[in-house]
Design a binder for this molecule. Structure first.
Ligand SMILES: [Zn+2]
Length: 293
């Protein structure tokens, strides 16, 4: 069934920011500045992206549209194909490396059996930056694109200092973010990105999943990784090996974070998988003597 995109906001959010919500799947964000319209992410399908563009058409004026792809996870950029070919798509340069990897087309071919993904084509970003930040000078608002790897190697968050809003996308997530791989360096990067976003002292931290703009989620995510570190540090060699083999089934997510009682079972299962990825990375870090938080 096709999801209907809705426009929404959060209490106290500046009216130049609009949340584009595709059901429970993902949120994209529209930012109106004096010089540009900026769309941060294009949702999971061309049809959802077209819906989003139609909903915001009355806010566009005659300013040019710039698109930012926060990272190359399907739910955030498969709508790119619905954009006009002359719309610049900005991303971190690592995004192009991800697209060159065969896994990117493999995910598409696996998902193509669902009719809603039938018209998806991979459309790559057209402007990339390779340092830590890139800045869009909107005139009234500045959009600072910050490389915040860890969830994925190409992930960027967007900081708008004039109104103290951070679009954290998937670097911060409720109840927990997921690390890219079990390489301890990715876990280190994720915790570093969380701290970097925390240090911005944003008034609103807009997530792509979890429908929240509460800065408190950053601290909750950091507390989760600290608890994971402490639990794993207390294991004996044998217990650590058993935990890795059983993928942490004896260290359940609910022991680390309070989960909402009304969370759908599918969503709960998803976050349990995220927790297993994080736990395996924490075990690798412990065994390699790498501090990650
Ligand atoms: Zn996502």
């Amino acid at each position: 069934m096709e999801i209907a995109v809705e426009l929404t906001t959060y209490p106290g959010l500046d009216d130049r920011i609009t949340i584009l919500r595709a059901g429970d799947e993902v949120d994209a964000v529209f930012v109106r500045t004096l010089r540009y319209n900026v769309l941060v992410d294009t949702l999971a399908t061309p049809s959802l992206c077209r819906q989003a563009l139609a909903l915001i058409s009355d806010r566009m004026g005659d300013r040019p549209l710039l698109v930012v792809n926060s990272h190359m996870d399907w739910d955030h950029f498969w709508g790119n194909v619905a954009l006009r070919r002359d719309v610049p798509i900005i991303a971190h340069s690592v995004a192009l490396e991800r697209l060159r990897d065969p896994s990117s087309l493999k995910i598409l071919s696996e998902k193509k059996h669902e009719p809603r993904f039938g018209e998806v084509e991979i459309v790559a970003p057209t402007i990339t930056f390779s340092g830590e930040t890139m800045t869009l000078q909107g005139g009234d608002l500045t959009l600072e694109l910050i490389h915040t790897p860890g969830h994925t190697p190409d992930h960027i968050a967007v900081w708008i200092p004039e109104i103290r809003i951070c679009l954290a996308v998937d670097a911060v997530e409720f109840p927990i973010p997921e690390v890219w791989s079990k390489d301890p360096a990715d876990l280190q990067a994720l915790c570093k990105s969380l701290k970097r976003i925390r240090d911005l002292q944003a008034q609103h931290v807009v997530l792509a999943h979890g429908q929240s703009a509460s800065p408190a989620i950053i601290d909750a995510n950091l507390r989760y990784f600290s608890a994971l570190r402490d639990r794993v540090a207390g294991l004996s060699e044998h217990e650590s090996a058993v935990a890795a083999l059983t993928e942490g089934s004896r260290l359940p997510l609910q022991d680390f974070v309070g989960m909402p009682r009304d969370m759908p079972s599918e969503t709960l299962a998803f976050y349990e998988r995220c927790h297993r990825s994080n736990l395996l990375a924490a075990l690798e870090a412990r065994n390699a003597g790498v501090a990650f938080i």
